[in-house]
Design a protein around this ligand. Structure first.
Ligand code: B12
Ligand code: SF4
Length: 511
């Protein structure tokens, strides 16, 4: 049955394929992080359906790959966070509609979960899987493939001509009950090779997701809304077993944990490190830590963390000014950031500290922390430990967070449809209310050029010490960059403009 040209009843009896599409998540240059969400929702369907996981960044001829399965597809699933990924998801949905309007399109991920009704109102979507996807998606597929309505499937929303129906939410499932992500359904080797080629990565690295949620309540972060500040981690023994498996299968040198808060439970971290050592899981690993927890870890555990291969921790420091840290509810102080850097130094672990500039403040009032204040603090961190990397982001209010509400109050316009959210992203929000265009330019310069050259990573250090003739321009740039960051003088950046012209990308990986 169709209404206003939109189908409402999907009867997919006799269809055997499930097509899952991971759109490019962000505008600009990011390293490819595996679309683990698709693997997790595909896991319970293995052996029952013919599964096709297609990643726009990784799968060659990804459009044809999606379209050629439509005839026999129960549905097409699309994953998305807020912003650019929606744009690419909509583009694919339109192609699917044009080729076969009978195929239902199911969206999942952070953004559709925050806006199920608005997402279903878009012609690019029929059904939304709200929140955790593994069980809900399996039930959606079972209903569609047996020609039954979605009534009663908790955690799902769907369009009808009388309005969007949002079913009861599905209670959170303990992550230990979720099946392991079937990496073999993704083109992992190609993702590794693309990262090596595009980002000059020497090591073979992929992601592993070992916990869910975070007890923190940072005012800019979407995690609290979706997981109700509830943290659960996979048992250490399972983490060790699954990491060992992917390390052996894909001949990995490094694993990046994509958890929001890997270090939430010290006992679990200790057991994971011991497991890596006992089982001979010989890798480098990287994970995120809160600034207030890491430096409070026991020395014995910190020693194990280093010994088991932790190469770097990612610390969301965000600010060094007390009023800003209060505003964003960080639960950490500038002192915590400095102590975390000291612990990294003392245990021979690298640290990447991320900061955010341009948090909201009432119109007409000065900021409580300027970009210059941040740069001054970053200098302090870098003096503590040479292996501290930093990255400054410009604040973008993300929906589902208290700072989003505040930003709207101060005048940030609210997108009103899935299509409008598609253009909501940090790279295109040039008109931030709280960051001047010149500050944005300065951030681009320091993130992409001055810091990487002033404080070279190991690859650049090698070039500086033994790169033959190639080392001369690097040494010149290194000296200039160091002089700039020490004096905070970024005007007339001739060397930066020249570098940008010659080398289009100034990508500095976070991990
Ligand atoms: C990997 C990652 C990235 C990757 C890839 C993004 C992606 N789409 O996966 C990269 C590096 C590109 C990235 C970039 C950014 N990210 Co990011 N990132 C993550 C991270 C760390 C892990 C995501 C992950 O793989 N989880 C593991 C999988 C298994 O879980 P999941 O994605 O939640 O999927 C489950 C459900 O959502 C659902 N589901 C998901 N997709 C689908 C699809 C279907 C069909 C179905 C049925 C179900 C379903 O089922 C899954 C299993 O339960 C999360 C934080 C976190 N720990 O989750 C942030 C997070 C997703 N990122 C976020 C943000 C804000 C960003 C940035 C804007 C940061 C910045 N300042 O630059 C950028 C740029 C984005 C842009 N639009 O330009 C926010 C998103 C908020 C939002 N409203 O969307 C998060 C939640 C961080 C946070 N706590 O605020 N990020
Ligand atoms: S510590 Fe990180 S994941 Fe936790 S609430 Fe804060 S920003 Fe979100």
């Amino acid at each position: 049955m169709a209404s206003n040209g939109r189908k409402t009843n999907f009867d997919r009896r006799g269809k055997s394929k499930v097509v899952l599409f991971f759109p490019t998540p962000a505008y600009g240059h990011y390293r490819i992080e595996l679309g683990l969400a698709l693997a997790v929702v595909a896991a319970p369907l293995e052996g029952r359906f013919d599964l096709h996981l297609i990643d726009e960044r990784v799968t060659p001829n990804y459009e044809q790959e999606v379209l050629r399965h439509l005839d026999d597809a129960v549905c097409v699933g699309i994953s998305s966070i807020t912003g650019y990924q929606i744009k690419r998801g909509i583009a694919m949905a339109r192609m699917v509609r044009a080729v076969d309007p009978e195929v239902p399109i199911v969206w999942g991920g952070y953004h559709p979960s925050l806006f199920p009704e608005q997402t279903c109102e878009s012609e690019a979507c029929d059904i939304v899987c709200v929140g955790q996807g593994d069980v809900t998606f399996r039930e959606i597929i079972e209903k569609l493939s047996s020609g039954q309505p979605l009534k009663g499937v908790t955690g799902c929303a769907y369009w009808t001509p009388d309005g969007v129906v949002v079913n009861e939410p599905r209670p959170l499932v303990n992550i230990n009950e979720v099946l392991p992500a079937p990496y073999h359904l993704m083109d992992v080797n190609r993702a590794i090779e693309l990262n090596q080629k595009q980002n000059h990565e020497k090591v073979r690295t992929i992601e592993f997701h070992s916990s869910q949620g975070c007890p923190g309540k940072c005012g800019y972060c979407a995690d609290a809304q979706l997981f109700q500040r509830h943290w659960t981690g996979l048992d250490a023994e399972r983490v060790v077993r699954e990491v060992k498996h992917i390390v052996e299968t894909y001949d990995l040198d490094q694993v990046n944990f994509s958890d929001a808060n890997f270090f939430a439970n010290q006992k679990r971290v200790k057991a994971i490190c011991e497991g890596f050592i006992e089982q001979g899981v010989n890798i480098r690993w990287v994970a995120s830590a809160r600034p207030d927890t890491f430096h409070r870890y026991n020395p014995e555990v910190l020693e194990l963390i280093r010994e088991s291969g932790c190469k770097r921790i990612i610390v969301g420091a965000e600010s060094a000014a007390a009023p800003v840290l209060d505003l964003i509810n960080k639960g950490a102080t500038a002192e915590d950031h400095l102590k975390s850097a000291q612990v990294c130094r003392d245990y021979g672990i690298g640290g990447t500290f991320t900061f955010i500039t341009g948090f909201p403040h009432p119109p007409g009032t000065p900021p409580q922390e300027t970009t210059q204040d941040l740069l001054n603090f970053i200098e302090k961190l870098k003096q503590i430990h040479p292996d501290i990397r930093t990255k400054i982001f410009v604040f973008t209010p993300y929906p589902g967070t208290p700072l989003y509400e505040l930003s709207v109050k101060y005048g940030v316009p609210e997108p009103a449809s899935l299509e409008e959210w598609a253009d909501y992203n940090p790279a295109t929000m040039k008109e931030s209310l709280w960051v001047e265009p010149w500050e944005r330019q300065m951030i681009e310069k320091v993130n992409g050029f001055y810091y990487p050259f002033a404080y070279p990573n190991s690859g650049m250090q090698q070039t500086l010490s033994n790169g033959g003739l190639k080392k001369i321009p690097y040494q010149v740039l290194h000296s200039l960059a160091l002089a700039r960051v020490r004096s905070h003088f970024y005007r007339f950046p001739v060397e930066w403009m020249l570098f940008k012209k010659l080398k289009k990308d100034t990508f500095e990986p976070i991990a």
